[in-house]
Ligand binder design. Sequence first.
Ligand code: TXA
Ligand code: MG
Length: 417
Amino acid sequence: MKAAVQTNETAQQKTGVRVTESEAESSGTKTASSMKEASKQISGIKTTDRVRAASGQTAEMKEAVAQIETVVIKMDESDIDTDAVKQAGKILRQGGLAAFPTETVYGLGADALRAEASRKIYAAKGRPSDNPLIVHICCMQDLEKIVTDIPKTAKKLAEAFWPGPLTMILKKNDKVPYETTGGLDTVAVRMPANKIALALIRESGGYIAAPSANTSGRPSPTLAEHVYADMKGKIPVILDGGQTGVGIESSIIDLTEDIPMILRPGCITLDMIQNVIGQVRTDPGIIEEDSGCRPKAPGMKYKHYAPKADLFLVEGKSESVVKRINQLAVQCIKEGKKVGIIGTKETAEFYNNGIVMSIGGRQEEEVIAHNLYKILRDLDNYDVDIIYSESFSTPRMGQAVMNRLLKAAGHQVIEAV
Ligand code: TXA
Ligand code: MG
């Protein structure tokens, strides 16, 4: 806490823009003037150090990353602050970073067609440079400008699901730098279904490279507050559009193979995709701990989505699960550990120890996905040492939710009998 406050003070002296931690934490509305200052930080002749700093190339530069002030601007999808979006678009066009809401999770954006801009994303997130970024577009005409060809399957899927939470892997052309694709000859593209995101993409020139706006390895952000917690001092602006709807990241499908392959499950499911384009495979590397093959999406091999606490999934019949979690919680408390429990509307009242969070009704899969990352972050804020979670293999989005939970838990599963 103290260090963060000091950082703000240093930044204040340097730039004259005052954003205290408590102000930004409460996501107070910021005026366009503080945004203009943020834009100046990026564009000003004397501030090239800051711009270079965001690429984090040296220890000294990394130090300077911590000096950027982060402005949070609240707006509603139905009432977009166009001035703020224009300013954020300008920051992106000048090669800077801006975080924004999508319908899935918040994204950390940079101009996808500029190598040095994409590089800043890796530095701000602490992301391995072999993990490619998703390019966000706002209209179909822009797709053909960055890929070598658009297969029929892509056209059909775009018609069915765009704008929406589906990412397609296609063959890139020379316009897309390898910094954006993690060295691959393919590029991931999606058109998000959030009006703030679409307006920002338009303002920024059409192509925003954006991973989820969390520090690498942390749960994806579903609120601007989550982005602020991870990115404060590293990026000039966060557009705050409230809590994201879907709550887990887009489904990813690779269309560069003979048979299209799902690389990451999401709310656009295998069945939904098959209904549109026929035969589809699922990458065996995405759900098993050790399927003997590497996941095709480089990002899926990393321990991901993880809370700070040690997370265990407890599987079995509902009654046995509740009984087992209660036993485990008592044991942990005896050992002096703080325990968090993720249950459901149906079971929450039966847990008698620890900090109990209900993720939603067992059958409400959209609600479970919507709440998942927020609950993991909320439990982190309670400083729990250990989390026991029920598992949620619901019929439609169950695979997507379980994929995230298993990764968050590092595949630590306890069978309740
Ligand atoms: O919903 C989402 O997709 C969010 C929002 C912000 O759009 N974005 C997101 O990005 O989740 P990120 O970077 O956290 O996840 C992108 C995933 C990574 O696992 C990455 O390895 C994979 O997509 N990916 C990107 N480009 C790829 C490519 N050319 N080939 C295979 N996998 C790719
Ligand atoms: Mg991510």
